[in-house]
Design a binder for this molecule. Structure first.
Ligand code: MN
Length: 196
């Protein structure tokens, strides 16, 4: 979380070229949003975003989330994104920052399960949330590694934990439109193959 949350986001993009939303910091929501966007750019990764203070605080997770509480996933902090970004799905043009394809892989709301505020949790480097997504449910923890830039994302061992299921491969399509990454890249409006 930055002091001026969207400064870096705006500086990195030319909104005359990219169709990503410009957005601005909004009022705090009663039910804060979370989103995970599958983003194939120079690297294939999943952007994990939590609405805190009217912006989407973000981490890039190369391998994506796991349902297995024994799997720690590297989460690199990235710039805060505007709230409106949560529903962005499409193509970022060549030459633009993050050029490639973006899919809304999962979206929903979350509850803070710690007794302190999300801001205080972020500063401390330990966030615990209960996700209510279309794919992900239950507790997840984000831990900032000591003296490093990286955080770790891990499933909390609860009724939704499942060490045998790889949700990245079993649920690859958009939670918003049912499209595959290929269909989004081709610019199809709706999925033709999807039954979701
Ligand atoms: Mn990304």
């Amino acid at each position: 979380m930055a002091q001026k949350p969207l400064k870096k986001y705006h500086a990195r993009r030319d909104f005359a070229i990219t169709s990503e939303p410009k957005g601005k910091q909004r009022k705090k929501s009663k039910k804060p949003l979370f989103v995970i966007q599958h983003h194939i750019a120079s690297h294939d990764h999943y952007d994990f975003r939590l609405e805190i203070d009217g912006v989407l605080v973000s981490w890039a997770v190369p391998k994506g989330p796991s349902l297995d509480p024994d799997q720690k996933r590297l989460a690199m902090p990235t710039e805060d994104h505007p709230y409106e970004y949560a529903r962005f799905e499409g193509i970022i043009p060549k030459g633009e920052y993050g050029a490639g394809t973006v899919m809304v892989w999962d979206i929903g709301t979350y509850d803070n399960i710690r007794s302190k505020s999300m801001q205080a949790s972020y500063k401390e480097g330990k966030i615990e949330v209960d996700l209510h997504g279309k794919k992900l449910h239950g507790g997840y923890v984000l831990i900032h590694m000591k003296d490093r830039k990286e955080w770790l994302l891990k499933k909390i061992d609860d009724e939704f934990a499942d060490a045998r299921r790889n949700i990245i491969t079993s649920e690859p399509k958009s939670a918003l439109t049912g499209r595959t990454m290929e269909e989004i890249t081709e610019g199809k409006k709706k999925s033709t193959k999807s039954k979701r």
